[in-house]
Design a protein around this ligand. Structure first.
Ligand SMILES: *Cc1c(COP(=O)(O)O)cnc(C)c1O
Length: 394
């Protein structure tokens, strides 16, 4: 029996690109830890495999799964999130072109745009993505090739209206790229909202266990600008020509992580909601930044375009930067560390850690800000530990 209903997210995560191995019946895609493939006569490739920079069966399984989860045409797996982003920029943008990037971009993304892309003649304008009119004003029709969005953003958890920004970008002949790392494909489907390209740091929720660094790029079934109809082919060419691909073992770890993404995200969201409630009632806290809060400026947009509001929570302390730095060091169950999206809870001070590279730029973040990546431990334990740290230092 077949039905018209598309398969659900978890079914796709567990099965897309992951048929049992043809030769052995292995239920899980094997780690093809191999560089080259025997040819059946010159040019006689088995299954198209020739050399693992160009294609590798473990990476191919992951790429098919990533594309299916974002409902795109093609997926690409990279050695890191930034490697994937670099490939997108180099595939689609050249000297003299222009990008619009968010005021609160991931620090490494902004560093790339500001110091790498710019050195190669690609200019940019920074715009607050929650303000569609400001983005429209920042776009230079004919010159702007990409509008780059993170929603929710890092570390301020700002929310951008993907559908509205896609319309504005397309009207000016630019593509909309959404970094979907924070929301994940489970909570948010940017391509269905009109975005053209999705990127991920699979280091984060997709991998989910803080044991791998990786990146993903997925291109829409149909991109919104005719001049870029071949975007997927261009990215495929550059992925091979530049070569920052995911290795087989890393690809396998991300593929394994994706299988439990939906259940992990539900728990990340459950725990985050409880922690937001706790922080909102704590005297030391001046502001809680979470798109699930009714008072959050992007709440309505987030409620429309996200399934739930995610596992990232930021908050500010009344007593300022010193208190924030001390509170980060006073926890014992929470791990003081960069990165996010793993099963274990992390705490950090963006101003001096993840976002130290943007100090002194338009992207500088407040010194009294603390960012939490809420893990999937028992939430009572997480709250007890935070309470202790805030009671002393908040
Ligand atoms: C971590 C991160 C990146 C960069 O990914 P890497 O895997 O560290 O290269 C990009 N965007 C966001 C939102 C991130 O959190």
């Amino acid at each position: 029996m077949t039905t018209q209903r598309p398969r659900g997210f978890s079914t796709t995560a567990i099965h897309a690109g992951q048929e049992a191995d043809e030769s052995t019946g292995a239920v899980v895609t094997p780690i093809y830890q191999v560089s080259t493939f025997k040819q059946d006569g010159v040019g006689g490739l088995r299954g198209g495999y020739e050399y693992s920079r160009s294609a590798n069966p473990t990476r191919a399984a992951l790429e098919e799964c990533l594309a299916a989860l974002e409902r795109g045409s093609r997926g690409f797996a990279f050695a890191s999130g930034l490697a994937g982003q670099d490939c997108v920029v180099r595939s689609l943008v050249g000297p003299g072109d222009h990008l619009v990037v968010p005021t609160d971009a991931y620090g490494g993304t902004y560093r790339y745009v500001n110091r790498v892309a710019r050195a190669h003649g690609v200019e940019h304008t920074v715009a607050p993505m929650a303000d569609v009119a400001a983005v429209q004003a920042a776009i230079e029709p004919g010159r702007t090739k990409l509008v780059w969005v993170e929603t929710p953003s890092n570390p301020l958890l700002g929310v951008a209206d993907i559908a509205a920004l896609a319309a504005v970008a397309h009207e000016a002949g630019a593509l909309l790229v959404v970094d979907n790392t924070f929301a994940t494909s489970y909570l948010q489907q940017p391509l269905a909202l009109g975005a053209d390209i999705v990127t991920h740091s699979t280091t984060k929720y997709a991998g989910g266990h803080s044991d791998v660094v990786g990146g993903a790029v997925v291109v829409a079934q149909e991109v919104g600008v005719a001049a870029y109809a071949d975007a997927a082919e261009r990215i495929a060419f550059h992925q091979n020509a530049i070569g920052a691909v995911s290795g087989p073992f890393d690809a396998w770890l991300v593929l394994r992580g994706l299988k439990t993404l939906a259940v992990r995200m539900e728990r990340h969201c459950d725990n985050a909601e409880r922690i937001v409630e706790f922080l909102s009632g704590h005297d030391a806290v001046s502001q809680v930044l979470y798109p699930g809060l009714a008072g959050h400026a992007g709440h309505e947009v987030a409620a429309r375009q996200m399934r739930r509001f995610g596992g990232m929570v930021s908050f500010r302390l009344r007593r300022g930067e010193d208190a924030a730095v001390k509170a980060c060091a006073a926890v014992s169950l929470w791990t003081l560390g960069e990165s996010l999206g793993g099963v274990e809870s992390l705490i950090e001070h963006p101003g001096r850690m993840t976002h130290a590279s943007v100090v002194g730029t338009a992207l500088e973040v407040p010194g009294d800000l603390i960012r939490l990546s809420v893990g999937i431990e028992d939430v009572e334990d997480l709250i007890d530990d935070l309470r202790e740290a805030l009671d002393i230092h908040g």
